[in-house]
Structure formats: structure tokens, C-alpha cells
Design a protein around this ligand. Structure first.
Ligand code: CUA
Length: 350
């Protein structure tokens, strides 16, 4: 290969890199960016696209050149020349990828270091994942919710635990994603910088209800967030030293205290993620329709079905699908409230 050929090939590689990069960068790969981390990650992705385009161009140009330069002459049926070793070529094809990979690794490390830095005034949220629901606790505010509310422009640290199998926490617009693993507490931070409604999406296949394992995310102003916290405190404070009173649950008829507690346990424990129950407004169909199957059941039978789900299966629903962890995750009082709520709300629904 002459020097002129080499120069021409390098020129072709660079030109092809530019063309492929320009085309690939036209796509909005990740959609709306809703956090400061998202901007960093999108930039990192763009850099990786350009690097990959460069590698791809090297391969394409070398391949094209080899096919053209070493093609067989018509009628030539002989074997190719035996070749053994080319030190210069081997050094080149080792060094070039090494430099590219190290550059990518160093740049990724810089970005990771930046997006994982903890701010001193961050908001703490404890996340519990279970088949097939998310629960969010605000330890400093003493509030628990199945919706994730966060103020805009403030870093949030999520400390995450799973009750059964591996789940994965992901808000696509924030770009941040991390597995939630039973027996471990994993941490992730995000700094939402765009108000609006989003979703936490479970992005680790965790069972039959995986696709429905989502939770609403609301990014709002600090004032709106404070008001929401106050409202939650008002709801939870029934019977205790409650915070400022908010509008209660929105139900038209006044529910009894135990029923209200039962309904809260029902949604927070993830039951509404799988079951239909008119009283709780849930319409999921992964598990049996509770309005139908619980109508004729005694409280004891309902309790049995919660703590040992496989002991009585409804037709059409297999064993091992409903988590059998509720005897651990609910204390006696919670279990009693849940059973009472289910008994009352399904009595005579069939
Ligand atoms: Cu939880 Cu998928």
C-alpha cells in the first residue's frame, strides 16, 4: 500500500465518520430530558455515537478496500497467498481500539462522577419495590405515598429496597436507572429540572405484572410540593398529632377509620397493581377480580388468601404468581385492617 493510498483511506474514514455521525445525531434517541443528569448523559451518548461512527468507518473503508484491491482475477482458481504475521498492522489494530476505549472510559468516568455527586440539601426518598408496585416514603416529612412527588431543581436521593425479586427503578426523562435488589439498599440520585408528569417504570423483568409496574411522578414547584406534603400529613395524621389538615381522600361518603387504613394498605402494598376492586378504584387484571372472588368469603378465608396465596387458587390463575411475602411485610394490625377492608368492600358485590 502506497502512502497516497493510505492518506486517501484515512480521508475516506474521516469523511464517512462525519456523514454517519451527522445522520445518527439527527435522531432524538432518548426523548424529553427532565433532569440535569439527562443533559450530561445525552451529551455522553452523542460522543459515543461519534466514536462508534469512527470505528464503523474504519471497518467499512478497510473492508471495501480489501474487497476491491484483493479481488480474484477472472478465471483465477488458485489459493490465496499464505500470510503470516504483520507486526506493524497488529500494533496499529491494538493501539487504535485501546486509545478509543480508554478515551470513552475516561470521559464516562468524568460524567459518572459528576452525576453521582451528592448535594448537601438533597431530598431523601425511600423507595420500596415489590411485585408489582412502588411505594415512596419521605423519612424527613414522615409521609408515605404510591405517587412520587418531587420539587423541581433540587437533588433527590432514592434509597431503594425490594421485598421479593429484582426490580429496576427508571424514570426515562431523568435517564437515571438502577436495580432494586432484595437484601440490599441501592442508591440513586436525580435532579429533576423540568416540571410535569412522568412515570417510574420498572425495567427489570420481575414477573407477570412487570409491564404494569409503574408509578406516577409529579415534578412541581417547591410550594406545590410543600402543599402536597401537608395534604399527605393531613391524611395520615388521623388520630395522631396530624400536620396541617388537607382535603381528605376525596371520597363522597365518609369512610370509617379502619376502612381508610385498609384502603391505604391495599394500594401501598401493591394489591391494586394486580387486582380489580371497585371500592379502591383499581381495574388491574393480573390477579382475580376481588369483587367477584371475595364476595362469598369469610374474613378468615380472605386472610388465608393474603398470607398463603397458593392455598386456594381461583380458576384460571396459577400458583406462585401472587407474592407470598405479605405475612412478613404487613404487621398484625395492618393485616387485620386489610382483611376488614376487603370483607366490607366486597360484601354483596356479586
Ligand atoms: Cu418490577 Cu419489573
Amino acid at each position: 500500500m502506497t502512502r497516497a493510498t493510505l492518506v486517501r483511506m484515512v480521508g475516506a474514514m474521516l469523511a464517512l465518520t462525519v456523514v454517519i455521525s451527522v445522520v445518527m445525531l439527527q435522531f432524538d434517541w432518548n426523548g424529553v430530558a427532565g433532569s440535569t443528569e439527562a443533559d450530561e448523559i445525552d451529551l455522553l451518548l452523542d460522543v459515543m455515537i461519534v466514536l462508534s461512527s469512527f470505528v464503523y468507518s474504519i471497518v467499512l473503508v478497510m473492508l471495501g478496500y480489501s474487497i476491491w484491491r484483493y479481488r480474484a482475477k477472472p478465471g483465477d482458481e488458485s489459493d490465496g497467498e499464505p500470510i503470516h504475521g504483520n507486526t506493524k498492522l497488529e500494533i496499529a489494530w491494538t493501539m487504535i481500539p485501546t486509545v478509543i476505549v480508554l478515551t470513552a472510559a475516561a470521559y464516562s468516568w468524568v460524567i459518572l462522577d459528576r452525576i453521582e455527586a451528592r448535594e448537601p440539601d438533597r431530598l431523601q426518598v425511600d423507595v420500596t419495590a415489590q411485585q408489582f408496585a412502588w411505594r415512596f416514603e419521605y423519612p424527613d416529612q414522615q409521609v408515605t405515598s404510591t405517587e412520587l412527588h418531587v420539587p423541581v431543581d433540587r437533588q433527590v436521593e432514592f434509597s431503594m429496597q425490594a421485598l421479593d425479586v429484582i426490580h429496576s427503578f427508571w424514570v426515562p426523562e431523568w435517564r437515571m436507572k438502577k436495580d432494586v435488589v432484595p437484601g440490599l439498599t441501592t442508591h440513586i440520585t436525580a435532579t429533576p429540572d423540568r416540571e410535569g408528569n412522568y412515570s417510574v417504570v420498572c425495567t427489570e423483568l420481575c414477573g407477570i405484572g412487570h409491564a404494569t409496574m409503574r408509578a406516577p411522578v409529579v415534578v412541581e414547584t417547591q410550594e406545590e410540593f410543600d402543599a402536597w406534603i401537608a395534604e399527605q400529613e393531613g391524611e395520615e395524621g388521623a388520630g395522631g398529632a396530624g400536620g396541617p389538615a388537607g382535603e381528605a381522600g376525596g371520597a363522597a361518603e365518609e369512610p370509617s377509620e379502619e376502612a381508610a387504613a385498609g384502603e391505604q394498605i391495599f394500594t401501598e402494598s401493591g394489591c391494586s397493581g394486580c387486582h380489580t376492586l371497585a371500592a379502591a378504584g383499581s381495574t388491574a387484571d393480573i390477579g382475580p377480580d376481588l369483587d367477584e372472588v371475595l364476595a362469598q368469603r369469610t374474613p378468615d378465608e380472605i386472610e388465608q388468601s393474603i398470607v398463603d396465596p397458593d392455598s386456594q387458587l381461583s380458576p384460571g390463575f396459577g400458583a406462585g404468581i401472587m407474592p407470598d411475602t405479605f405475612s412478613d411485610s404487613l404487621d398484625e394490625e395492618q393485616l387485620k385492617a386489610l382483611v376488614a377492608y376487603l370483607t366490607d368492600s366486597t360484601a354483596g358485590t356479586k
